[in-house]
Design a protein around this ligand. Structure first.
Ligand code: SF4
Length: 201
């Protein structure tokens, strides 16, 4: 079973310096963006799927009426090989259609919150213990062992997206320090700060 945190060793990754320069909004703000980044679902480690399924009772309990309660419909069933996932295997979350006809991740509720995060908080786990790594890290991602900015997905987003310069107040690196520490461990920020300093010398 995948440990809750840290999930990756940052020293095993290359660092794309775009993470220190790409602009980002003051913080994720569901009231403004309506969780737009969740509309396509996410790929997660196959072992993490099993962890989520272990908590299906509490996840179903916190879901809205419109959400899919049949656990067999939560994941797309197509297992792919990808070494950016700890087990080397990944699977995607399915989408469902809301009463207003929008498609979104099965775990995104009608208030635009993630049922996995709500469920974790409900039972006293860390808020991200049931959340897929690439949801926590977004708009950062790991691509072919490089920690980088997910510009493909970001280019479609209307609030925090890569061209929404008017909304930027900080870099993604500064915005995501809590997330980076959670996914890569407490020493990750020191490691990245030293990395940046060395590059600037
Ligand atoms: S699992 Fe949660 S955070 Fe990730 S895409 Fe789905 S609703 Fe969003």
């Amino acid at each position: 079973m995948i440990p809750d945190s840290p999930r990756y060793n940052i020293e095993n990754l290359k660092i794309d310096e775009i993470i220190f320069t790409q602009g980002f909004v003051p913080s994720c703000n569901i009231k403004i963006c309506k969780g737009e980044c969740c509309n396509l679902g996410v790929y997660l480690d196959l072992e993490f799927r099993d962890k989520i399924l272990n908590y299906s009772d509490v996840i179903i309990k916190v879901m809205n009426d419109a959400q899919v309660k049949d656990v067999k419909l939560w994941f797309d069933g197509e297992i792919i090989e990808d070494t950016d996932f700890t087990s080397g295997l990944a699977i995607g979350t399915n989408l469902y259609k809301t009463p207003k006809g929008y498609e979104q991740c099965v775990f995104k509720d009608l208030n635009n919150f993630c049922s996995l995060q709500i469920a974790a908080e409900e039972i006293g786990l860390h808020k991200w213990d049931l959340k897929p790594t690439f949801c926590i890290l977004y708009p950062l991602t790991i691509d072919h062992s490089v920690l980088t900015y997910d510009d493909d997905h970001s280019s479609t987003l209307s609030y925090c997206g890569k061209t929404k310069f008017e909304n930027f107040t900080q870099t993604v690196y500064n915005a995501l320090k809590e997330e980076i520490s959670y996914v890569f461990g407490d020493n990750a920020l020191d490691y990245l700060n030293k990395y940046l300093k060395n590059k600037q010398q």
